[in-house]
Design a protein around this ligand. Structure first.
Ligand code: KG4
Ligand code: ZN
Length: 352
């Protein structure tokens, strides 16, 4: 593949990410400005606030990325940007900044799907230019994408060729972590807080596992209600709520659901490897349980900082799109509900 040096912008939600990535693999800069502390005050993301912060942070983050990579505009081959899915106000900031930069510096523009970015985090490396690149993931690759907005099992046949095997029928895994975190009185975001509370705690109960019609689908809203009922029953009795034990029981149930379906899909489709991506893939219990239950099947998991939203993952996906001749122009628009370009998966749909 080409060794294009791409400036990548990610602004789909509440992280402002700007990165410089070479050949879709080598990170030269990866600057992320997070709004976590800001949204902790409201216990969640307020879209208007998130968009304003994107506007405030995008130029300073861009400057920091240039400094980190020690590059100038002359060294760049393209500008890439997330154009969906995500929050419209947040997306608009990145898309418009990237368009303006591409036009004013006469560089090609590449539009990237955020979910594709989470998948391509598995191609990233921070080995420096003097070292050989580690091998690329093999196909077919089964990808478990678990973020605040998505939970999908994607069978990737080749670059850019995706088949949707299953997805959540209600809440996304990250959304469930965040909602249950709030129920348990833990700080925002719930994912890392629940994970920290669960370390070393024994589960206070065993929450039921959801049944879904689709073989590889997930469902987390029943689990959230079960936690709510459990918390209410402690309150009714006037007993202290065992926050750590309930966090452990909830995490165990989510991890069990995600891992069981992933292992099943990996076996059914005889994949070359399994990969994870998205903020929930930073979860320690999920990482170790999946590795254990795959029993030696090759497993790729990006380091936690590349699982949560960042610009480098957009630069990775853009590297492959750019090499394949994919180009956007000034008509590129932000699309909040953008889906991956699914292959016609006839047998998958019929099996439901
Ligand atoms: O991918 P991401 O950064 O943003 C979206 O695209 O949504 O994912 C954010 C989600 C949040 O719901 C957050 O609670 C969750 O990822 N998350 C975690 C952990 N770190 C972040 N969930 C479980 N365990 C973690 N360690
Ligand atoms: Zn994300």
């Amino acid at each position: 593949m080409s060794g294009a040096r791409i400036l990548a912008v990610e602004s789909s939600c509440d992280e402002t990410g700007v990165a410089v990535v070479v050949g879709g693999r080598r990170i030269e800069a990866n600057q992320v400005a997070s709004q976590v502390a800001l949204h902790a005050a409201t216990g969640g993301i307020v879209p208007e606030v998130a968009a304003r912060q994107q506007l405030r942070w995008i130029i300073p983050t861009l400057r920091a990325a240039f400094e980190e990579a020690k590059v100038t505009w002359d060294d760049l081959d393209a500008v890439a940007v997330t154009y969906g899915p995500g929050l419209i106000g947040s997306l608009l900031v990145g898309v418009n900044v990237a368009k303006a930069l591409a036009v004013s510096h006469d560089l090609p523009l590449v539009g990237v799907n955020h979910i594709e970015g989470h998948i391509y985090a598995n191609w990233l490396t921070d080995t420096d230019a003097s070292q050989p690149l580690p091998p690329e993931p093999d196909f077919p690759l089964l990808c478990l994408v678990v973020s605040g907005g998505h939970s999908q099992l994607v069978l990737m046949h080749d670059h850019g060729r995706y088949e949707l095997l299953g997805q959540t029928v209600d809440d996304a895994a990250g959304e469930a972590f965040d909602k249950v975190g709030r129920l348990l009185g833990l700080p925002y975001p719930g994912g890392p807080a629940i994970s920290a509370a669960a370390v070393g705690a024994s589960p206070a109960t065993r929450f039921p596992r959801a049944r879904t019609a689709g073989r590889y689908d997930f469902s987390f809203s029943g689990l959230k209600t079960a936690v709510l009922r459990e918390v209410a029953s402690y309150r009714d009795r006037g007993d202290p709520i065992p926050v750590d034990g309930l966090a452990a029981a909830f995490e165990e149930a989510v991890v069990d659901a995600l891992v069981s379906k992933t292992v099943e899909a990996a076996r059914d489709h005889q994949v070359a490897a399994v990969a994870m991506g998205g903020g929930v893939a930073a979860n320690r219990a999920l990482r170790s349980t999946l590795a254990e239950r795959l029993e030696g099947m090759p497993l790729l998991i990006p380091p936690p900082a590349w699982c949560t939203d960042n610009g480098a993952m957009i630069g990775a996906a853009a590297g492959f799109r750019f090499a394949a001749g994919d180009r956007a122009d000034a008509s590129l628009e932000a699309i909040p509900s953008l889906a991956l370009p699914w292959l016609e998966a006839v047998d998958v749909a019929d099996a439901r």
